[in-house]
Structure formats: structure tokens, C-alpha cells
Write a protein that binds this ligand. Structure first.
Ligand SMILES: [Zn+2]
Ligand SMILES: [Zn+2]
Length: 348
């Protein structure tokens, strides 16, 4: 019974925009099949979108009870304190209207990750990304160009995604450098997050889970097959797990990035190889157990990505967030601005 309103909605949109229907749903792992990802390990590819595409050798070792066809929309799920399933954003937002008008919305407050469109294309970039530990600091520099292919931006009018998202921005090289505590400590109390929450091992910045209006960004904005898109200053970024980051094929997920408080960000899977849900994690989207950290086995807090809003960090656990150029990011401080180059971080 949900089909009818959805079809009507599609019809209305298509009539308005005179574009072809979306027969060619791009698989979310389309780009990740590119050899440029350099991965012989398909685990992370597409696993965020549907358990059905968890590939070959990993299939027996990964389990998921998460329904990727009915993911609760995070529109307006903003909090002013640490709260599970919510984003504690340093920016206040109010009167967030529900996301509407997309065929991947189920109409019951959930969306279907497996039906989300992606931006076409496979553009390769020269990523320049360095991480080093210097004293008690972990030092990062990146041009923010992805180490994997991206889609074609601006979104081409011939792309079926154009009906829903006309992102006019081009991807451009950035100059981003900052340092984080190499061995961060848990703060007495958590703190809010700014627009940027982490940096992933593809050299790309991770933004929080909302757009400029406070909507669920992964549900509403159209990213490419690697889960990225550029904002106004050309900064390419993710809002949730990129299918193009390399994970392990069994057991606990690999380190896939660093939060801007210095703690690690890991993939979807816990120690038993099962896909984690928010209920498995604390309010900030992390937990503590023994992990491999700079080659050592350490009992340490870390964040995980999930396929449930807020998808990555809900707040910071660390004592200090980024001490860098990104214009605020947490530690209880309100954000001073957007990402390098300016502009609200979550737009589009
Ligand atoms: Zn873990
Ligand atoms: Zn965005």
C-alpha cells in the first residue's frame, strides 16, 4: 500500500522535470569496484547499503540484523546533550520539516538505503594524504581529493540523480592540515560536534549527518557511489560510511579514519563480526574494548559507523577536538565557521 503514493510522487516529479524514470539504479558499490581502491578485500564495498551485496569470501564471516530498507530518518534528530540516536550539534537548528519527494522514502518515517540513487561517473584524482605521529600528536595533511574515484560533479542534467539533486559544485583540491592527540583521553563529559567530525583514510573529510537545514543528509542529499559530494568551496566529503573504504573481512572492522578528537573511527562490525547498531554503542556512537592502535593492543574508546542515524559520531568523547584549520569542531566550543574555504559545512 506504500507503493501508490510513492509512484504518484515519482510521477509528479518526473512530469515536472521531464526526465526519464530511474531504471538504472546505480549499485552503491559501483565505484568501489574500481581497481583504484586497491583493495582485494571487498568487505566494505556496498556493505553499508544492503547486506545482500556483502561479497563472496566475507559473506560467511559477516552477519547483519539491520534492515537497510527501513532506516529511521534523522530529520530534526538534534539534541543539546549526549543522546543515543541523535546528533549533538554545536549549531542549533529548529523547525526541521520532514524530508519528502524521494522515491526511496517509505512514507513511514524511514528510508530505503538500497534504493537511493547515486551520482554517475568514475573520475580519478591524485590524492595527497599524509599521517604521521610526532611526539604526542598525530599530524594530518590532505588535499582532500579522494583516493578512490568520484562521480561527475556538478551533477549532469542527463544523470537520473539530477531530478532530485542539482549539486552545482565541482570537486576541487584543498589544503587541509591539522593535528590531533595521538593517544586521546576520554573527557569527563562529552561535547557537541561541528560540521566536520573526522578524516577518513581515503584522505576525505567526514561531515556530520545533517545538511544545512538539519535534515538527514545521507537520506536527502545525493552522493556518488563512494558516498561523497562537494560543497560550495569544492570540498569533497562524506556524511556516512563510504563504501570505498577498505575494511577487514572478518571480526572487528578495521580503522577507517580518525575523529577530530583523535579517537579512531572503525567500520560497521563489532568483535563478533556482526553489524553494529546504535544500541550497541554509547551516545557518542562509540564503545571501549581492546583494539589495535598504532600496532599495539590497547583497551581504548573508539567510534563506529552504523547504518542508523547519526551514522557516525553523535558527540565527542575526547578531551579536545581538532586543533586545526577547520573552524571549530567540538570540545564544547561552538563552531567558528565552516570547512577550509568557507561556507556552511553541511551544504549541500
Ligand atoms: Zn569496536
Ligand atoms: Zn554534504
Amino acid at each position: 500500500m506504500k507503493t501508490l503514493p510513492t509512484l504518484l510522487l515519482v510521477t509528479v516529479l518526473l512530469t515536472a522535470c521531464a526526465a526519464p524514470p530511474q531504471q538504472n539504479l546505480a549499485p552503491t558499490n559501483a565505484v568501489s569496484a574500481d581497481p583504484a581502491t586497491g583493495s582485494a578485500n571487498p568487505t566494505s564495498a556496498g556493505s553499508e547499503a544492503t547486506s545482500g551485496v556483502i561479497a563472496s569470501d566475507a559473506a560467511a564471516l559477516r552477519t547483519s540484523d539491520v534492515d537497510h530498507t527501513h532506516v529511521a530518518l534523522g530529520d530534526g534528530k538534534l539534541s543539546s546533550t549526549a543522546q543515543r540516536d541523535y546528533l549533538w550539534s554545536c549549531r542549533s537548528q529548529s523547525n526541521v520539516s520532514p524530508t519528502t519527494g524521494f522515491p526511496w522514502l517509505n512514507g513511514d518515517g524511514t528510508w530505503d538505503m538500497t534504493k537511493k540513487l547515486t551520482v554517475d561517473g568514475s573520475v580519478t584524482w591524485t590524492s595527497v594524504f599524509n599521517i604521521s605521529v610526532q611526539g604526542d600528536q598525530r599530524v594530518f595533511s590532505t588535499n582532500d581529493l579522494p583516493s578512490h574515484p568520484s562521480g561527475n560533479f556538478p551533477i549532469n542534467s542527463a544523470d537520473d540523480a539530477y531530478v532530485y539533486d542539482r549539486n552545482p559544485n565541482s570537486i576541487s583540491e584543498q589544503s587541509v592540515s591539522f593535528q590531533l592527540p595521538a593517544n586521546p583521553n576520554v573527557a569527563a563529559a562529552p561535547s557537541c560536534v561541528g560540521g566536520e567530525v573526522g578524516i577518513m583514510l581515503s584522505g576525505v573529510m567526514l561531515f556530520n549527518s545533517i545538511d544545512a537545514e538539519g535534515h538527514d543528509a545521507p537520506a536527502r542529499e545525493i552522493q556518488d557511489g563512494c558516498g561523497g559530494h562537494p560543497q560550495q568551496s569544492g570540498l569533497y566529503h562524506y556524511h556516512n560510511l563510504s563504501a570505498c573504504l577498505t575494511d577487514t573481512s572478518a571480526g572487528h572492522s578495521a580503522l577507517i579514519g580518525y575523529a577530530l578528537d583523535g579517537f579512531g573511527i572503525f567500520g560497521l562490525y563489532g568483535e563478533d563480526g556482526a553489524e553494529l547498531t546504535n544500541a550497541d554503542l554509547d551516545e557518542c556512537h562509540g564503545h571501549t574494548h581492546v583494539i589495535t592502535w598504532d600496532g599495539q593492543q590497547v583497551n581504548m574508546f573508539h567510534y563506529h559507523m552504523t547504518n542508523q542515524f547519526p551514522y557516525s559520531l553523535g558527540c565527542y568523547r575526547g578531551t579536545s577536538a581538532v586543533n586545526g584549520p577547520l573552524g571549530g569542531g567540538g570540545g564544547g566550543q561552538p563552531p567558528a565557521g565552516g570547512p577550509p574555504g568557507g561556507g556552511p559545512p553541511a551544504q549541500p
